[in-house]
Design a protein around this ligand. Structure first.
Ligand code: UT7
Length: 333
């Protein structure tokens, strides 16, 4: 059996994101259900969230995030031979969202894959792109997560409607001589299969919030630390923590348990709420484009949620194209 020739590694070369225009405050939510700004901020850290218009689809948001990522990477859509979209909230079964994205962006004939591992979806998608590139199955991947949780939210249930939000995030991944995306570390907690649900016939987001919260506080750090160790690093080496943006009361203790509380800790949940699979690439892209994430930063991605699935990997953020002189000085030709 002959294996195609791949590459030594893969790398993230661009970030993109999209958030719907409507910003909804906690006071707005308090007009729908019996809650208040103080409770929501204290229990979740969430201050605002973006909600899609009725006609705005998961694919619409994915296309916009993908387009920005390609522009950021200065990669032409013609080069993309793999499109992966992580989503749990797409309304259609087929065509899948990746197919819609590829068509709308004018891609040639890429492989198109949707994956559904809920909130950890983006980390699973990135792992598939990385291994496709390293084994020579693909050369350039557009990896997107897009969610319209608002369409699956019971807006009379105060235990869930305070959390959910819409948006998309994307990364462009290409071959690299150096390994700039680590091997994924992934798994699941079978006993918790029913803790997060969007099930027929209601198709409404429901969860046993306290079980998920307990798991996140007691077990997530062990799995996140395994990601770092598997890649041959220690927490000291990490520059940025980008964990699933579910709740600030989960993100902050996780950072502390990992000894990363003084590093850059992504806390976009405060502005964007919980966008499930999209939360990690969406938040990272926002902070990248705002200049809050440095170049070449060793960044820990860790997602967890419905399934009950978790996955994480390390990435190095892109190194911008430098003038030949500067590149020589920095040894980055
Ligand atoms: O992304 C998928 C993965 N999911 C997660 O990561 C979610 C993890 N879990 C959580 O983030 C938290 O469990 C929640 C934010 C969902 C809930 O926070 P909590 O501190 O676990 O609250 P709770 O469910 O224990 O409720 C405490 C109290 C209850 O009242 P009583 O029984 O103590 O009188 C609730 O009825 O707060 C009440 N409550 C509310 N009060 C005001 C529940 N929701 C609200 C609300 N406003 N929106």
């Amino acid at each position: 059996m002959q294996l195609p020739i791949g590459s030594a590694g893969s790398q993230v070369v661009g970030f993109g994101h999209f958030q719907p225009r409507d910003v909804v405050t906690n006071d707005d939510i308090a007009r729908l259900v019996d809650t208040n700004d103080e409770w929501i901020r204290a229990r979740t850290g969430i201050v605002t969230r973006h909600l899609a218009a009725e006609t705005e689809t998961v694919a619409d948001m994915a296309i916009k995030a993908g387009r920005l990522a390609l522009a950021d990477a200065t990669v032409d859509i013609d080069q993309v031979d793999l499109v992966i979209v992580a989503t749990t909230t797409a309304a259609d079964r087929t065509p899948n969202t990746a197919g819609r994205v590829a068509h709308a962006l004018g891609a040639g004939a890429p492989a198109i894959i949707d994956i559904n591992t809920a909130c950890s979806g983006f980390c699973h998608a990135l792992a598939i792109a990385d291994s496709a590139i390293r084994t020579g199955t693909a050369t350039t991947a557009l990896v997107i997560a897009s969610e319209k949780l608002s369409a699956m939210t019971d807006w009379t249930d105060r235990s869930t409607c305070i959390l959910t939000a819409d948006g998309a995030g994307a990364m462009v991944v290409t071959a690299s001589d150096a390994q700039r995306i680590s091997a994924v570390s992934w798994g699941s907690a079978a006993r918790m299969v029913d803790t997060v649900r969007i099930q027929a016939p209601t198709d409404r987001f429901e969860q046993d919030g306290q079980s998920v919260f307990r798991w996140a506080i007691s077990e997530a750090a062990t799995h996140a630390r395994a990601v770092i160790e598997r890649a041959g690093y220690t927490p000291d080496d990490i520059d940025v923590l980008a964990a699933h943006q579910a709740n600030l009361r989960i993100i902050e203790p996780l950072a502390k348990k990992l000894g990363l509380e003084h590093k850059i800790v992504l806390t976009d949940v405060t502005e964007s709420g919980n966008t499930s699979a999209a939360s990690i690439p969406l938040g990272l892209s926002k902070w990248w484009h705002a200049g809050r994430i440095p170049e070449d930063a060793l960044t820990l991605l860790f997602g967890f949620g419905g399934g009950f699935a978790y996955a994480g990997q390390l990435i190095r953020t892109p190194i911008r194209r430098l003038t030949p002189q500067v590149a020589t000085v920095l040894g980055r030709e």
